[in-house]
Structures are given as C-alpha cells and as structure tokens.
Write a protein that binds this ligand. Structure first.
Ligand code: ZN
Length: 282
C-alpha cells in the first residue's frame, strides 16, 4: 500500500498501520481517511491478524482534519463510500452532514467496532480530529512527549465530531478540556484513564509491539467476544445515543457558523487558535 498510509504484516499475527503524511503532521483529508479505513478493513478481514497497531511517522501523531483541503465534498465522489449516506453534492447543511456521517463519525464507529484488538501508539501532538484516530481504538500507549488538545470551541464548535470526551476524560475534566482548550499531557491523560501506559519516546514502539505480541498469542474468537462484551457495557451506558445527540449539536454549530460567518467554523476563532500556539499550527 502506498500513499498517506503504510501497511505491514511482517510481524506474526499483527497488522501495523502507519500514518505517513508527515509533511502535514498527518492532517486528515478525504483521501487520507479512506486510505486509513481501507487499511483497517484489510486487517479486519485477514484471518491471520489478531491485533492491529496504529502509529504515526513524523514529529506529531495528527494535527487533525485538514482544513486546507479544497473541494472535500467533490473528493468524496472519488471513493466508494462505506456508509449509506449520500448527497455529498447537495446544498445547505445536507452535504456537510452527509460527509461527516461518512468519514468522521461513520469511520470512527467502524474502527471502534472492528472485532479485533486495536492499539494506538501515540507521540507528539494530537489535535482535535487527531483524537478521532486515538479514541476509537482499544488500547492507547503514549510516549512522554504526547499531548492532546481539542480547540474546536475556539472555532465556534462544541467538540470534535466523535464526541467521546466524557467517556475518555470523565465529565468534569471533559468540560475543562473543551472550555479552556488547554493541552492535556500524556501523564494527565494516563491519570484520567484515557491512556493505558506512558513510556519514553524511544520505547514506544517496542513496548506497544511487545504487548501486541502477547495479545496475538490468545485465541482470536475469545479476543473478539471480549471486545464485544466491553463495548456493549459502554454502549449500555448510553454512549452511542449521547454521541448522536452531540453530533447533531455539532452540526447546529456548523449551520450557525455558516449563517453568521459564511463558513463552517468561526474564522476569527480559527485565527486565534492558530495564534495561541505554534504547536496548534504545526
Ligand atoms: Zn464538523
């Protein structure tokens, strides 16, 4: 596989997927997300694979959605959609709603529900949509330098589309995280239970792969059933229903910004967010 996503199965039982758009800090445009989804599907459908490990090349894990993409809606038509939403060329709020159902919440739910253990090895900065490549996965190993940020409130939107914040951080910390747009360190993310382990940067890969090796020695069907059982427990708490509400509110914000500012996000907030820290613009 070439392009923005690398795929490797040289380690027995393990599929390694690597974000490889380092020049943009792994910013996610339409082609990037479809390539990533294809890699996850490939690993899911390969019966020899028992664990899927996602990592990133470059200085940062992901800078989020690629706001510089030109004609994102038109680019949707270059791909075979995996969901049942269409209307990517429709006027008003419809096209954006359809696009985000497909490549944001749609993909994240698919990846969250892959019936095999998945693991993210995270280093550097993870910004807004970048969290959506971390939270859907089962296990998160972060290096000491990893840091997390969701600055969407600054841009007039109440959180990234895959609104797992309350489950990942706890209700009170999720509010602080979003209200302030302050950085969350790897150590704090670990304390909150968002991250399984924090390790030195040089040991991130070896630590994660050693754990994946141990997982890959287990029977696949038992791994599948265990994951399904734990995900069901979380869904019994109302996760999916709450996230569907959050997503509708997210689109109310997009529609409001379009009416008030002529763009999906508040442009003054975007400038302020970029100015606030060079890290956010990296
Ligand atoms: Zn959005």
């Amino acid at each position: 596989m070439s392009g923005p996503i690398q795929y490797d199965t040289s380690r027995p039982g393990i599929a390694r997927i690597v974000l490889d758009r380092a020049d943009t800090r792994n910013a996610q445009d339409t082609a990037f997300l479809y390539a990533l989804n294809e890699a996850f599907d490939r690993a899911a459908h390969d019966d020899e694979i028992k664990a899927i490990v996602l990592s990133a090349n470059g200085p940062h894990f992901s800078s989020g959605h690629d706001l510089r993409e030109v004609d994102g809606h038109g680019n949707m038509r270059k791909h075979e959609t995996v969901g049942t939403w269409g209307g990517f060329g429709k006027p008003g709020a419809e096209a954006q709603y359809a696009r985000e159902q497909e490549i944001y919440t749609g993909f994240c739910e698919r990846w969250r529900n892959i019936p095999k253990p998945t693991m993210a090895l995270v280093h550097g900065k993870v910004i807004a949509g970048g969290l959506m490549l971390v939270w859907p996965l089962d296990l998160v190993i972060a290096s000491e330098d990893a840091a997390f940020l969701d600055h969407t409130v600054s841009m007039g939107v109440g959180g990234a589309e895959f609104f797992a914040h309350p489950w990942e951080l706890g209700v009170r910390k999720a509010k602080e995280f979003l209200f302030t747009a302050d950085w969350l360190s790897a150590a704090e993310a670990h304390r909150l239970g968002m991250v399984n382990h924090v390790v030195p940067r040089a040991e991130l890969e070896s630590f994660g792969l050693a754990m994946a090796d141990r997982i890959a020695q287990k029977p696949l069907f038992a791994l599948r059933l265990t994951k399904q059982a734990i995900n069901a427990a979380q869904d019994a708490q109302g996760r999916l229903s709450a996230m569907q509400t959050s997503f509708a509110l997210h689109h109310l914000a997009h529609a409001h910004n379009m009416l008030a500012h002529g763009s999906l996000v508040d442009p003054t907030g975007v400038m302020a967010a970029v100015k606030k820290g060079p890290k956010a613009a990296e």
